[in-house]
Design a protein around this ligand. Structure first.
Ligand code: PLP
Length: 364
């Protein structure tokens, strides 16, 4: 069997033991004589699977009892619309506050603006999103306050949280969920597409405080209301059953590893090694300001003055790395350069192999 080190930003690498377990259970899951893919979502065989996934997530994230956990479809991108539709689409005239820290934050704000007033309170666009701007406190009548905790494309992360008082703090945690400890009780809503740090694509986790449920206007489509999915336990219609099962396996793997504190330590170590290499390299550098560097997504750029020559060298790097079994290192099409996404499932050996390859490339 051939396995590469996959630095894809998403969908991304999954832990090998998880894939092996899924393979072993593929045709006969838990003695049911069926694959999880074939089970009725309302059957006695499937029910423990979704329940276990939820209870593991609650345990690993320390989700308080007054929060609901939902398994939805539509990706983080659908949450860009669902959040304003449920929290701010009435006639209150309230505005939603946004901090613009990159492509996804900007997309979330633009989508929200279709349903509510939006006020972008700070932005780091002036320096190509290479830092997190100082975020002002919420205004008491804000409908909600939205931040993108880890910025997947530019490779920044928040180091503190804005003061929001009684205004619900909402965060897109697609690319950092379960990578470090997070105090869920500071937030009104957290959401994450699974395909970065949780499992395969197809399921989106939403964690929502109970008092924020049930405020969507009557005309809101039933599938876009949080209360619909809360009342039906994420089973108003057929949920993404297999993806939920896979998330459960990933959570089980994480728990066996020692949970969030253990993976956070490992993530610090992995990212630390890579940044240390970049900061000492004569050929590559990190464009991100030090205090805001992401543990999960690490963009890097070749130090070549001429733009055309730089692109040429970077293309060669990405190609040669792939040939060496280090794949998906091209930067996002909007920002160029290169990027290594080193989510929870990336072993430290993968980071070490990448550094070694980069040293050799540099010497050549
Ligand atoms: C990948 C990503 C998205 C988009 O997620 P989809 O599930 O594809 O809609 C949104 N926000 C962040 C921070 C991401 O990393």
């Amino acid at each position: 069997m051939k396995r590469v080190y996959n630095f894809s930003p998403g969908p991304s690498a999954l832990p090998l033991p998880v894939l092996e377990k899924a393979a072993a259970e593929m045709c006969d899951a838990h003695g049911s004589g069926q694959s999880v893919m074939e089970m009725s979502h309302r059957s006695k065989d499937y029910k423990p699977i979704i329940e276990k996934t939820e209870s593991l997530l609650r345990e690993l994230m320390g989700i308080p009892a007054n929060y609901k956990v939902l398994f939805l479809q539509g990706g983080a991108s659908l949450q860009f619309a669902m959040v304003p539709l449920n929290l701010a689409a009435g006639d209150s005239g309230k505005k939603a506050a946004f901090i613009d820290t990159g492509v996804w934050a900007d997309k979330a704000a633009k989508e929200a603006a279709k349903f509510t007033g939006v006020d972008v309170r700070a932005s780091s666009k002036d320096r190509a999103y290479t830092y997190i701007p100082a975020a002002p406190a919420a205004k008491p009548d804000d409908a909600y306050y939205h931040i993108t905790l880890n910025n997947t494309i530019v490779g920044t992360k928040w180091v503190g949280l804005p003061e929001t008082g009684n205004v619900p703090l909402v965060s897109d945690i697609s690319s950092c969920i379960l990578s470090e400890p997070l105090n869920v009780s500071k937030f009104g809503i957290l959401y994450a597409g699974a395909q970065k740090n949780l499992g395969p694509a197809g399921v989106t986790v939403v964690i929502i405080r109970e008092d924020l449920i049930g405020h969507a206007p009557a005309k809101t489509p039933i599938m876009l209301r949080y209360d619909t999915h809360v009342e039906e336990g994420s089973m108003y219609n057929t949920p993404p059953c297999y993806s939920i099962y896979m998330v459960g396996l990933v959570l089980e793997w994480l728990k066996n590893l020692g949970g969030v504190p253990a993976i956070a330590k490992l993530n610090q170590e992995k990212a630390g090694l890579f940044y240390q290499y970049l900061d000492n390299s004569k050929l590559f550098y990190s464009p991100v300001e030090k205090p805001f560097r992401s543990l999960m997504n690490i963009p890097f750029i070749a130090r070549v003055e001429d733009a055309e020559k730089r692109t040429e060298l970077e293309n060669r790097f990405v190609k040669e790395a792939a040939a060496a079994g280090l794949i998906n290192l091209a930067g996002h099409r909007l920002v160029g350069g290169m990027r290594a996404s080193i989510y929870n499932a990336m072993p430290i050996e993968g980071v070490q192999a990448l550094i070694q390859f980069m040293e050799q490339f540099e010497n050549k």
